[in-house]
Design a protein. Structure first.
Length: 225
């Protein structure tokens, strides 16, 4: 799942990006409201984490502007404003949850998972991906092949999620590097091939029908045999 963090404190921003990436999320960042608004309106994020004390606009105004332009992504507000009135105001003006600074990472992750779970209570396809007997729970970050729970690293889970979202379509190494690793580097690097090899050993092992296929000279595809 893909998140947007709008936070002008670069130390906090870097901490959140690292921690959320390690938890298996794809993370984009912005350090001002204008950039945050533009990225939000791309409509590609599953949830937003927004600080209220932004340099060019109050975070509540940013949330209101995005809501007025059709953004429905759940918003977790981060703020040093601790009074009950401030928290109520944040929730009334478009925020879905409110967490005061300083915060515990475990609580932030728990609140985020809850937001993602609540945001689509009747649309399980937005929090679960399936291909043949492969199932990905995007909230719990769990992958199963049949009844077996796959032990995946966060990077392997993100790679498998990307393949599942593009099931039946060829994805190139460059596309994978851009979407999973967020890097635009020489596609000749073998980092993708190494991770695909490791992923195959977990997804397609023990005589299971292979799902991850190499399209020689182009890239990879997840599909039924």
């Amino acid at each position: 799942m893909r998140l947007l963090v709008v936070e002008d404190d670069l130390a906090i921003q870097a901490f959140l990006k690292r921690a959320l990436s390690e938890a298996g999320y794809q993370v984009d960042t912005a350090q001002d409201a204008r950039t945050g608004e533009l990225k939000t309106l791309e409509g590609i994020h599953d949830a937003l984490i927004i600080d209220l004390g932004l340099p060019d606009m109050d975070g509540l105004n940013l949330i209101a502007r995005c809501r007025a332009q059709g953004s429905s992504a759940p918003v977790l507000i981060l703020s040093a404003r601790r009074s009950v009135d401030e928290r109520v105001r944040g929730l009334e003006q478009g925020g879905d949850d409110y967490l005061t600074k300083p915060f515990a990472l475990a609580e932030l992750l728990a609140r985020l998972r809850n937001l993602l779970r609540r945001s689509s209570p009747t649309h399980t396809d937005s929090v679960r991906l399936e291909a043949a007997d492969l199932q990905l729970d995007l909230v719990r970050h769990e992958a199963r092949r049949g009844d077996d729970l796959l032990q995946l690293t966060p990077q392997e889970f993100s790679l498998l999620e990307y393949l599942c979202r593009n099931a039946g379509r060829v994805v190139t190494r460059t596309m994978i590097l851009d979407h999973v690793w967020r890097m635009r580097i020489d596609p000749a690097t073998n980092v993708v091939d190494v991770h695909i090899y490791r992923l195959r050993n977990k997804v397609d092992c023990d005589g299971r029908t292979p799902l991850i296929h190499t399209i020689r000279g182009i890239g990879y595809m997840l599909k039924n045999a």
